[in-house]
Write a protein that binds this ligand. Sequence first.
Ligand code: UDP
Ligand code: MG
Length: 327
Amino acid sequence: MLPKYSFIVPIYNEEETIQEMYRRISQVMNRMDGEVELCLVNDGSRDRSLQMMRELHQKDPRVVYLSLARNFGHQIAVTAGLNFVRGKVIVILDADLQDPPELIPDMVEKWRQGYKIVYAQRIQRRQEGWFKRFTAYAFYRILKNLADVDIPTDTGDFCLLDRQVVDVLNAMPERNRYIRGLRAWVGFNQIAIKFERDPRFAGEVKYTFRKSLALAINGLVSFSKVPLQLSTYMGFFAALLSLFMCVMVLYWRLVQPHSSLTGMAIILMAIFFIGGVQLFSIGILGEYIGRIYEEVKQRPLYTLAEVAGFYEDYAERQKSMSMVDEK
Ligand code: UDP
Ligand code: MG
């Protein structure tokens, strides 16, 4: 029989949190009103995570897992999970227990009321540094203002999705997967549940500043064309400024014909300014062109090294895509 609920947990070097994560989630699983599968996705961990996942699968058949052939990143790991799970109701949560699994029954309650997407919105981030808090705060507000779709602020990937939504997400061909954006884009009845984000249970943050920045740029570029228009605005501004400079240079020539120093400074300034604007615009173009390049290459989103616990035909379906070793 197919499970009613599927929980997806992406795992990247989480050996310190897996036991506790399993303990807390299985308590919630025991209280659910239907069969649950816990889908762990190993995102190319280099520690004992995969070994521990195998052991959990042996011990508890409700635990199923996928193992990606290398580190593909959080969003792709979740995407792989979404491709494989079989439940009617799908919940995505982090391995480090920052997303409290005890919130799931409340989310399911909302689902029963007819919502297809229930996303958790944090009201507080406990024990995260000011830098992370500040950048996250600023980013979500910028994104909200620039994006074509209404992406709610302060929401992560912790959410409940109806099967209908997951089918739509799986059918989306795009390579740049900013799940919170895609989730907002699909529409349907959505509702927020507020929660306090707990500190990480153990281990270090797996999202380095670089990964977070890449995710942020991805979110912006995938869901907004405003950065592209920015070069138009800047070009316009530069043109206005150069007009103003022309007037100034004329003025100097007429009023102070012997001081060439200020004229020189202005010309240098103008060169640097225009140079800056041009490089910046080319950079923005590059971001979009890079993404077009990613899309046209049509590479698979991930390669699988190991799959366990799912039905045969699921593995069969993926076999055409990569090597699968069904355990
Ligand atoms: N993660 C992943 N691949 C990565 C980085 C992170 O699958 O390349 C997983 C990680 O194991 C955790 C979740 O994504 O379950 C969130 O990571 P983390 O707690 O480090 O980030 P944050 O809490 O800052 O969002
Ligand atoms: Mg975390």
